[in-house]
Design a binder for this molecule. Sequence first.
Ligand code: PEP
Length: 248
Amino acid sequence: MRTPIIAGNWKMHKTIKEAVDFVNEVKDKVANTDVEAVICAPFTLLKDLKEVTKGTNIKIGAQNMHFEEKGAFTGEISPLMLKEIEVDYVIIGHSERRQYFNETDETVNKKVLKALEYGIKPIVCVGETLEERETEKTKDVVKYQVEKALENVDKDRVKDIVIAYEPIWAIGTGKTASSKDANDVISYIREVVASVCGEEVSEEVRIQYGGSVKPNNVEEIMNESDIDGALVGGASLNPSDYIELVNF
Ligand code: PEP
């Protein structure tokens, strides 16, 4: 059985006070769920979030990291630094990082390998552009992205990776893939994982859908057979929406 995982991606939002207030407001209301509840926050919030979520079932993630442990990489944060504050997850290869910050499938793979080495679970984002969808390249695109992300990863560690299928045209646009379309792509991603790592591993890997998930569509999405969770941007910023998402 795969434990469902609902992860908020706060992107570049919230001050420390806003983040702490958020957790204090939601923590009791997300306590009785079988879902794994995660908040992926800007670096400046992570230490305080780890403190304020102690004794709750909320896990904390970063939104990016470098693949080197230390060095002359001005402005970057290393896996060692995230490990020091016991961050649970790290988003890798979000489409905004690919689009605005030159993230490539090669750097995604290096980061996945490093995150696993440091005991941080990667949430690896894959997904097609609108043009790729319209020209029926979705499967080719996600296959390549998933295969590259998993290159040289020890098969025993693949179950620690969460894959987030996020069609780029659905992120922050209010457009969602239909739950059936999302499920079709996600079951295809599971086939790709099976071809790389074997069926058994593929049955353990959790694959989320992301792209304009809201309290009013989360249940339909989560009812699909292969969808194990959601990566949620905009709606995760609002405490009452986050509570509804986690208790779908
Ligand atoms: C995201 O940031 O990963 C995302 C899916 O955003 P939104 O839910 O706002 O579309």
